[in-house]
Design a protein around this ligand. Structure first.
Ligand code: HEM
Length: 281
């Protein structure tokens, strides 16, 4: 597989893990990979844009030839996330491994997923429920420095924000025409646009600068400005002395990713190692 294919699809590998970790009660256990009909977790609304399942499946097939039943799908997803960051010039961090794959995948378990339309209060709450703090919310939202969003997630923000019949007023007026042209009102909801305006392929803190100036693409990213504490954390990465005294954007990102990768890990008989990622053994 050439690097660009891996690069593009790994963003999804990244979001698989995030979805697995954040969006259900199960933890990072490969439950989103299971394809068991209409009730599968992958059919949940928030997962509609996820693609690239075949990349994880191909990696698993190659591993099964060399080391059968050793590497879980959950670990493959976590490593795909690491590689997506690395390939986009982000920090290289050590992924903890040894996760087992979960034994349950049901759509209803995705009900507590963070939603683009959540208030900042709800987003904070959902992170706390997973043992993550305010800084984790800020720094992990910055993962939107790479990758794209389906227009599906933009419609309300652009055309009927809070049932107003108009756009989200927090969008910078000079950015609005561009967003509307990328995602026209009656356009294809599956069209995609970069989430980090002007820097969608490079892992950097430009996403925070965009959020501060009204150039956030996702509504949930824009919401980071709604809470003084959260806004203060975003601003802390731009302090005059921050290059010398911190905080470090890359260092904090690595720590938060490792912390996120520990949520709800299955070991022992609470999970197993699947033979293929899209079906239980
Ligand atoms: C605050 C809660 C979050 C919300 C509401 C959220 C929402 C979204 C949405 C709506 C998309 C577009 C999905 C699509 O069209 O396929 C997306 C993409 C993405 N998210 Fe998040 N996300 C959140 C947290 C995170 C976290 C914690 C990470 C990683 C640490 C992350 C990494 C990504 C990446 C890499 C993509 C791009 C996927 C691609 O290019 O296919 N997100 N997110």
């Amino acid at each position: 597989m050439n690097n660009s294919v891996l690069f593009n699809h790994n963003y999804n590998g990244f979001h698989f893990c995030v979805d697995d970790l954040m969006l259900n009660s199960q933890g990072c256990d490969g439950s989103i990979l299971i394809d068991n009909g209409e009730d599968s977790e992958r059919k949940a609304n928030g997962h509609q844009g996820v693609q690239g399942y075949n990349v994880i499946e191909n990696a698993k097939a190659q591993l099964e030839i060399m080391c059968p039943s050793v590497v879980s799908c959950a670990d493959i997803v976590a490593m795909a996330a690491r590689d997506a960051v690395d390939l986009s010039h982000g920090p290289v961090y050590q992924v903890e491994t040894g996760r087992k794959d979960g034994l349950v995948s049901r759509m209803e378990l995705a009900a507590r997923m963070p939603d683009v339309q959540d208030s900042i209060h709800i987003l904070k709450q959902k992170f706390i429920e997973k043992g993550l703090n305010d800084r984790d919310l800020v720094i992990l939202s910055a993962a939107h420095t790479i990758g794209t969003s389906a227009c599906f997630f933009m419609t309300r923000r652009l055309y009927d924000f809070a049932s107003s019949g108009g756009p989200d007023p927090s969008i910078n007026p000079s950015f609005l025409p561009e967003l509307m042209s990328s995602c026209p009102k009656r356009g294809n909801p599956n069209d995609r646009l970069p989430m980090d305006h002007g820097s969608g392929d490079i892992f950097d803190k430009q996403i925070f600068q965009n959020i501060r100036s009204g150039f956030a693409v996702l509504q949930s990213d824009a919401k980071l400005m709604d809470d003084p504490t959260i806004k203060g954390i975003v601003d802390s990465y731009f302090g005059l002395l921050s290059p010398l005294t911190g905080p470090s954007f890359e260092g904090d990102f690595m720590s938060s990713m490792v912390r996120m990768g520990r949520i709800g890990v299955k070991t022992g008989s609470s999970g197993d190692i699947r033979r293929v990622c899209n079906a239980f053994n």
